[in-house]
Design a protein. Structure first.
Ligand code: SIN
Length: 374
């Protein structure tokens, strides 16, 4: 296993070293020209980038070099992950830190709080220019939005994962990590909110979603598109997310040890209220209804949702469709029922915002404003 890992990293390292021999340290060329090396690369000050490792497939191992499913996520430690890409040292002063080691389907609110607090601590330091978080891809979209709302700094934060384990032929982890460090150390990424980068692409943490169970191009921003690419040893941005993020939000996780419980009720033909009622009985403070279409709600679900609302639970209408805006008072009279529309957030992202909103208020008008704003 270990020798497989070494072999795959060595192969990638050799290829990357060859590329860097042609264009070293070009990440620091902010001229907008191609990634050619500065004349005196020794004079260039490298950015200080901390790599926070949390597990996932990028730290996964398989039984053989051709194992790309059925592998074990979250096996490789942070130092091994970082040392496996020696090219990182040419583009940044990098150091790794293991924050936790999990497959990201097991991500809990405690993990999110711990990660956000650690990033905020590090970014307060003058000697930290940017952060990279290595993460399982399954819930990257939740973590990226949570950090986008709770990191209190304009310095770059880039989340990266991999779709193939570190032991696989053509493992995508090393190049994805290399690109993430390039972005995190770049001036171009300052003030752009939390970013997600895989497959040479950069997406906004608020907007990105996983769209394919297993392919390397799984991360997309439906309809709106990605922010840019990484090519030629530098990030190329073409647009930014317009919503308030990071230092401009009202959310602050300092002093928080837990978050209000918010659950997702999935809408489907022949839907019943068994799950909803159980969530409410178990103490949910908020429910995101992932309805079909434009956040539609079946007739049989309206009374149970209104009963939940009367019991103090915040009800957010979202959609299982995967893109588009929920029209407030469109499919349902939200004003009359005192429900909230999720704007264009998918249910899993709406859940993150509602949890944070509930740390500030339980006023539905204020919460609706947050959904328009963030
Ligand atoms: C995980 O999310 O931890 C497993 C899947 C992946 O990283 O691609």
């Amino acid at each position: 296993m270990r020798s497989n890992l070494k072999r795959s990293h060595v192969a990638v390292a050799t290829l990357a070293a060859a590329l860097l021999a042609v264009a070293p340290a070009a990440a620091l060329d902010s001229s907008g020209s191609s990634g050619a090396a500065p004349a005196d690369s020794a004079a260039v000050k490298l950015p200080n980038v901390v790599i926070l490792c949390t597990g996932g497939t990028i730290a996964g191992t398989g039984a053989s070099t051709t194992t790309t499913v059925g592998y074990t996520a979250a096996k490789i430690g942070c130092d091994t992950l970082v040392d496996g890409v020696p090219e990182l040292k040419k583009i940044g002063n990098v150091r790794g830190e293991q924050v936790y080691q999990i497959a990201s389907e097991s991500l809990l609110n405690e993990h999110l709080l711990k990660l956000s607090k650690r990033i905020n601590e590090l970014l307060k330091q003058d000697d930290v220019d940017g952060i990279v978080v290595t993460h399982g891809t399954d819930t990257i979209e939740e973590t990226s939005y949570f950090l986008d709302l709770t990191v209190k700094s304009k310095k770059p934060v880039v989340i990266v994962g991999a779709m193939r384990p570190s032991t696989a032929i053509s493992a995508d982890g090393p190049i994805n990590l290399y690109n993430a460090v390039l972005i995190a150390g770049s001036k171009e990424a300052v003030g752009k909110g939390v970013l997600v980068s895989l497959n040479d692409q950069i997406n906004a943490g608020r907007e990105v979603t996983k769209t394919n169970t297993s392919t390397a191009d799984t991360f997309r921003t439906p309809d709106l598109g990605m922010l840019g690419y990484v090519q030629d040893n530098k990030p190329h941005f073409y647009r930014t997310s317009t919503r308030l993020n990071t230092a401009d939000t009202e959310f602050d996780v300092t002093g928080l040890d837990s978050l209000p419980q918010v659950d997702i009720v999935y809408g489907y033909a022949n839907e019943n209220s068994i799950a909803l009622d159980a969530f409410v009985r178990a103490g949910a403070k908020g429910i995101v209804h992932a309805g079909p279409g434009d956040g539609s709600v079946g007739k049989q679900m309206v009374d149970p949702l209104n009963a939940a609302r009367k019991a103090g639970v915040i009800v957010v209408r979202s959609s299982r469709v995967g893109s588009g805006i929920i029209a407030r008072n469109g499919e349902q009279p939200d004003d009359k029922y005192d429900w909230v529309a999720s704007d264009n957030l998918n249910p899993q992202k709406a859940r993150i915002l509602l949890e944070l909103a509930l740390t500030k208020t339980s006023d539905t008008k204020a919460i609706q404003d947050m959904f328009w704003k963030y």
